[in-house]
Design a binder for this molecule. Structure first.
Ligand code: PEP
Ligand code: MG
Length: 589
């Protein structure tokens, strides 16, 4: 099966099918006294579900009355004597937990549906199933099957993986990831790349084709999944896996070398991190600093909002670990595919265009103050920079900087020292920021281009929707022109430019990016650093500029993509020719 490769390498192992929409219910016997407690718990879950359904109906009515009518089915089912009374009877008769009793009622109902010869009523089966899952969620108090139950090495296959799932996952047991949902820059890829495990998204129907325990190969190099391979195929892939490992090891021999072109232009190669635990391993890849600390995972993992002190402790640890190397800490960029664990703001109809990034921080200034105070306090221990996400006008930077001044004043009053000269930067990831780049540059010390979002908003292509993943084209002329314009505007006023989206860490794009304009640093998943460095050390800036000039003449995204792919394959056959693939042809720099 084919998908989108989002993290390189080959994983071979046992599949663990995670159906996060369903629960694994275990039967518990309860004592005589506990029976009525279970009944009461069940009644409360029903009431809670009714309220939730009424709320959903209210929202649906805003869209169209006819949608709201569909939801009446749920309300009717909840008032249905059979569903409620049968479950209560089951609890009393069998003396079991409410969850178990409810699933028994559901199973009886589903059997009834199977015997009905009416397509309309059969369609209601899914409604009932969905409703029961909602009641179960209210009974259990959380929405997902627990990943922390995994105690052996597995490859996870699932429809989608929420950021809170990734946080829960026992990292040392997860050897690979396959999802049905997700595009090229979904958080699944970012997470998998950070852990160095192969991952593929957009594999349609994988969850219906696979069973837990099946042997599975995840080829994150060519974006392929093989279920229950023959022994011959297995051998081939074991060789491919070993070759890729060797290739990566060889690449690591450049970790102490500079990322410098043959004609002497240097680029700093920095790491994107999602948690302070990653910092200890960064030196292995020859990283020269942290170019993007995505702090939202700190919030998603927490049961309550982390305050100034907690944030400060976390940042301080990262900064101290990095010594005098730069650490760019991005203020909270919650929203869209990254939501709070308990869904505190995910009731938006269009979250990609909603209250995300700096917008949320400005709407809740106390939140931003805590973040900034945490960052300021950590700035005393190294070379810290502040980065604001999702900026769409200079005004937002001016407002955020006013809150920064206030945070500095508070620290001065509290007599807590910090770096008074701390640099402030803006993410350039909205078309508005790219078009008004001159205004933005006036308000900041540096900029960092977030290509993941910039591409999504420029091309109007959802970065996490697998159905439009083929339209998510980093080499689209609109993207390349925008990047060139941003870089030349920054160069004119002498402000530094970093690229921290996935494109910045894609070795296939490195030569083109360098040719488009002046780049001071590229920030990426640390595993990509050696390969990007290899490209930089093998080219001349002049040639890169020629490549970019040639490409900027082209109008067709596909034409540019194949032009770049071919150019890179010819130049670096051992790196880009189906990667290291099944053959052993090692020749790293
Ligand atoms: C980006 O948008 O390119 C980026 C680096 O930020 P994130 O992927 O966290 O949105
Ligand atoms: Mg972004």
């Amino acid at each position: 099966m084919k998908g989108i490769s989002v993290s390189k390498g080959v994983a071979i192992g046992k599949a663990y099918l995670l159906d996060s929409t369903k629960f694994c219910i275990i039967k518990h016997q309860v004592s005589e006294i506990e029976v009525e407690i279970e009944v009461e718990r069940f009644r409360q879950a029903i009431e809670k579900t009714k309220l939730q359904m009424a709320e959903i109906k209210k929202r649906a009515e805003k869209i169209a009355d006819k949608y709201a009518v569909i939801l009446d089915t749920y309300t009717l089912l909840l008032d249905d004597d059979i569903l409620v009374n049968d479950t209560i009877e089951n609890i009393r008769k069998h003396k079991t937990n409410a969850e178990w009793a409810l699933t028994q009622t559901l199973n009886n109902f589903l059997k009834l549906f199977d015997n009905i010869n009416d397509d309309y009523l059969k369609g209601k089966k899914d409604d009932l199933d969905l409703l029961v899952q909602t009641i179960l969620k209210n009974l259990i108090g959380h929405s997902q099957e627990s990943l922390s139950d995994i105690h052996e090495p597995v490859i996870i296959a699932t429809h989608s993986l929420s950021p809170s799932d990734t946080i829960m996952m026992p990292k040392n047991f997860v050897k690979g990831l396959v999802t049905e949902a997700g595009g090229k820059t979904s958080h699944v890829g970012i997470f998998a790349a950070a852990l160095g495990i192969p991952a593929i998204t957009g594999v349609k129907e994988i969850t219906s084709k696979i069973n837990s325990g099946d042997q599975i190969i995840v080829d994150g190099i060519d974006g392929e999944v093989i279920i229950n391979p023959s022994s011959e195929t297995l051998q081939q892939y074991e060789k491919k896996q070993a070759n890729y490992r060797k290739y990566e090891e060889h690449l690591l021999t450049n970790i102490n070398q500079q990322a410098e072109t043959l004609d002497g232009h240097q680029v700093k190669l920095l790491a994107n991190i999602e948690s302070n635990q990653e910092v200890k391993t960064l030196h292995k890849f020859g990283v020269e600093g942290v170019g993007l600390y995505r702090t939202e995972f700190l919030y998603m993992a927490a049961t309550s909002l982390p305050g100034e002190r907690e944030l400060y402790e976390d940042f301080k640890q990262v900064v101290q670990e990095m010594g005098d190397q730069p650490v760019v800490i991005r203020t909270l960029d919650i929203g869209m595919d990254k939501q709070f664990g308990d869904a505190r703001n995910n009731d938006e109809d269009n979250p990609a265009l909603g209250l995300r990034g700096i917008r949320l921080s400005l709407a809740k200034p106390h939140l931003l103050t805590d973040q900034l105070k945490g960052i300021l306090r950590a700035s005393l221990y190294g070379n810290v920079k502040i980065l604001y996400p999702m900026i769409s006008s200079a005004t937002e930077i001016i407002q955020a900087n006013a809150i920064l001044e206030e945070a500095k004043n508070q620290l001065r009053l509290e007599q807590i020292p910090f770096n008074e000269e701390i640099e402030v930067g803006a993410m350039i990831e909205t078309p508005a920021a790219a078009i008004c780049i001159e205004h933005i540059l006036k308000e900041v010390d540096y900029i960092s281009i977030g290509t993941n979002d910039l591409i999504q908003y420029l091309l109007a292509v959802d970065r996490i929707n697998e159905s439009v993943a083929h339209l998510y084209q980093p080499f689209h002329p609109a993207v390349l022109r925008t990047l060139k314009n941003i870089m030349s505007s920054a160069e004119k006023v002498g402000k530094k430019v970093s690229i921290c989206g996935e494109l910045g860490g894609d070795p296939m794009a490195t030569m083109l990016l360098l040719g488009l304009g002046k780049i001071d640093s590229l920030s990426m998943e640390p595993h990509s650093v050696p390969k990007v460095k290899k490209v930089i050390r093998t080219i001349r800036l002049e040639e890169a500029r020629q490549l970019a000039d040639d490409v900027l003449e082209m109008s067709c995204p596909d034409e540019i993509t194949s032009f770049i792919t071919n150019a890179m394959r010819v130049r670096f056959p051992e790196d880009f020719d189906r990667d290291i693939s099944f053959e052993q042809k090692l020749n790293p720099a």
